[in-house]
Design a protein around this ligand. Structure first.
Ligand SMILES: [Zn+2]
Length: 434
């Protein structure tokens, strides 16, 4: 892998309180950042591949803290429905028809979209996770794969054992871009005995738990009816909040829940588009941040979004909480961008290796072209990235020091083939007799 030297760009390291560096340089070596700072202090040029970032902002790759990647196959398949009907009548029956190749090509399609949009890492929860792993390895993106555990399935115990074995195997392979997790779908689909075993398995394997939490009001009401406490309190009573955890959504929270999530440093994936599309509600993100909770951003699956554009997610997060609170100072642009980068990385337990451009971290870097009309005149780059840019403004995407997308061209996969195969697979899964 060539060492890289990215020059002439404005560098946003996204380290806390770091100002944009107008004439910045970022150097990588062996997939790791070896310098990120002003040009005048940069090391002497060596035998490096030079990337000219003139007119671009250079920042850490965006981190999608919650998705179901192969659900790209269901994009536009079932819109404008309530969550339970959507899941039970449309998504779950179609998922019964999934073959391994469907998950592979659906995941690869999602990887293409994300790399184009400057997403360098995604946290996945889906069936046949070995297929998402293969798609991540083939496309060059970083992944936190996990198979979704549904406790009501007759073979749930067996699926859990397989998931634990799968995680252990991945940990042993120690691929630099693959960071597995264990994923019980939610407390309303997984009984306590499964959740407890997941907790034990996660501790044993040294991996975090990935779960949906407090997504809808009815989930919370059901938990009070069944357990006499909130889903957050219930997970805490089971000891699961003491295991590193990424909780997706966290929309319906009490003050006690917010304090507990902050105290236990549970990683939270805020998914504003999904919450709006499914009318789940308004996550108390400003209160969570105020309490010191770790709140990142996720797109959720393509069936409830319907794209994987993290710029859009950050944009909506910044707007949604202003509209909901009636306070235009809520969730400013720099907070939204931190959520899409540093805080998402931290929420996934990867804060030490990705999320900022700092020496020693993995070289997950994007260049966003700021020269288009909709990004003029040049002003605060963070304002432009959050309030005016789109995923399609990303010019170059680098993961683990490898250039995977340059000038709009994906270098790791044949995108036309991916689109053709994924289209065939989508036809198979949504047609009952397909
Ligand atoms: Zn989800």
């Amino acid at each position: 892998m060539a060492a890289l030297r990215i020059v002439n760009g404005t560098v946003l390291t996204m380290a806390p309180d770091q100002e944009p560096i107008a004439e910045g340089v970022v150097c990588t070596q062996g997939g790791v950042i070896s310098y990120a700072g002003p040009a005048e202090q940069a090391p002497e040029p060596a035998d490096e591949q030079v990337i000219d970032a003139s007119g671009c902002v250079v920042l850490p790759g965006l981190v999608n803290a919650h998705t179901h990647l192969a659900m790209t196959l269901f994009r536009g398949y079932a819109d404008d429905m309530i969550l339970q009907e959507w899941l039970e009548d449309w998504i779950w029956p179609a998922e019964m028809r999934l073959r391994p190749e469907d998950v592979y090509w659906g995941s690869l399609l999602g990887a293409c979209e994300m790399l184009r949009f400057g997403v360098t890492c995604f946290n996945d929860m889906y069936h046949m996770p070995e297929q998402a792993v293969q798609a991540a390895i083939d496309s060059g993106i970083r992944a936190c794969p996990s198979g979704v555990l549904l406790g009501f399935l007759p073979n749930a115990e067996q699926l859990l054992e397989e998931a634990i074995a799968f995680v252990a195997e991945l940990r042993q392979q120690n691929h630099p871009r693959i960071h597995p997790m264990l994923a019980p779908h939610a407390i309303y689909t997984c009984p306590d005995e499964i959740l407890l075993k997941v907790g034990e398995g996660a501790v044993e394997a040294g991996v975090p738990i990935h779960i949906h939490l407090c997504e809808t009001a009815s989930e919370v009401q059901d938990s009070y009816d069944e357990h006499g406490e909130s889903p957050v309190a219930h997970l805490n009573a089971l000891g699961l909040l003491d295991v590193p955890m990424l909780a997706a959504h966290c929309v319906h929270l009490s003050e006690e829940d917010i304090a507990l999530l902050a105290e236990k440093q549970v990683g939270i994936a805020h998914c504003p588009t999904s919450n709006m599309k499914l009318a789940s509600g308004f996550a108390p993100v400003p209160a969570l941040l105020e309490a010191g909770a770790v709140v990142g951003l996720g797109t959720d699956g393509c069936a409830s979004n319907n794209n994987l554009d993290m710029f859009e997610e950050a944009h909506l997060a910044a707007l949604l909480h202003k509209a909901h609170s009636g306070d235009p100072t809520t969730l400013p642009a720099h907070t939204a961008l931190a959520m899409a980068t540093r805080l998402s990385a931290q929420a996934l337990g990867l804060g030490d290796i990705i999320g900022t451009l700092e020496v020693g971290k993995r070289a997950d870097i994007i260049l966003v072209d700021m020269s288009s009309a909709h990004l003029q005149p040049p002003r605060d780059p963070i304002s432009h990235l959050i309030y005016a840019a789109h995923g399609s403004d990303v010019r170059t995407t680098i993961v683990e020091g490898q250039v995977v997308m340059n000038d709009g061209e994906l270098l790791t996969v044949d995108e036309a083939q991916v689109i053709a195969r994924a289209t065939q697979c989508a036809a198979h899964v949504v047609e009952a007799d397909g």
